[in-house]
Design a protein around this ligand. Sequence first.
Ligand code: ACO
Ligand code: ZN
Length: 281
Amino acid sequence: LREHEEFTKVKNIATIELGKYEIETWYFSPFPPEYNDCVKLFFCEFCLNFMKRKEQLQRHMRKCDLKHPPGDEIYRSGTLSMFEVDGKKNKVYAQNLCYLAKLFLDHKTLYYDVDLFLFYVLCECDDRGCHMVGYFSKEKHSEEAYNLACILTLPPYQRKGYGKFLIAFSYELSKKEGKVGTPERPLSDLGLLSYRGYWTRVLLDILKKHKGNISIKELSDMTAIKAEDILSTLQSLELIQYRKGQHVICADPKVLDRHLKAAGRGGLDVDVCKLIWTPYR
Ligand code: ACO
Ligand code: ZN
């Protein structure tokens, strides 16, 4: 974001059309100045080019030959597919995606430097094509062990478990890399709720199986969740005691069951056998 825009933050675009949906926007997004007078933008749901008028979009749709995000399909299970888009190889697509995403992300800075990122775009596919449901971005090389920069589920698809699927996917990639990971901070309220839910369910399942006899380090090795995130999750569940200068997990089975019940539904699972991927080099 340019500094001026960061301060003024006038919400310009109020609604967008994307595929079969008309979506109300949440926040300001720094579209190029020629779009400043628009209240509504029309997106091509496949290449994510955006236009000021419906007729322009209709003309575009007749000649746009994309039916899915550019890049490699790295996961397919039933009608769900995940595409990996390299921001350097597909710069315009990646920038369009960032403009679109910023409409729903408040405090995140928009990276014009999309070259440095990979974008994992989740789609529901049918005979008309692959329709974007959400995505997350990931730095190609992160100094801070971030395994996710920005995450978004488009509003029509929210609260159906896709967010947790995307989070789970980001940790599956970290496992394949043999690294622990953590999301870039700050997290939004909805981001924190989703992560807390994911961490809680994953950790409680393992604690239950191991009857609590497991260390934070071992949990981290098994899940690729960073030790600090494990500690804060277990602390919030009051499963940690501090004895002789050490954090120890106290997992009373009854307490675990109570927390697991409260943690709610599991969401869509990532079927790891269907992920065909090698880490970026
Ligand atoms: N109200 C209350 N709880 C919610 C809500 C809500 N509106 N939305 C999600 N949650 C919580 C719930 O605990 C939910 O689990 P449950 O349904 O089992 O109770 C959990 O989060 C995850 O729900 P999902 O359906 O898996 O997640 P969803 O597909 O809705 O995506 C996301 C979550 C990505 C955070 C979405 O809300 C979103 O795109 N928000 C706008 C962008 C954003 O804030 N992104 C995160 C920024 S931080 C970062 O990028 C690193
Ligand atoms: Zn197009």
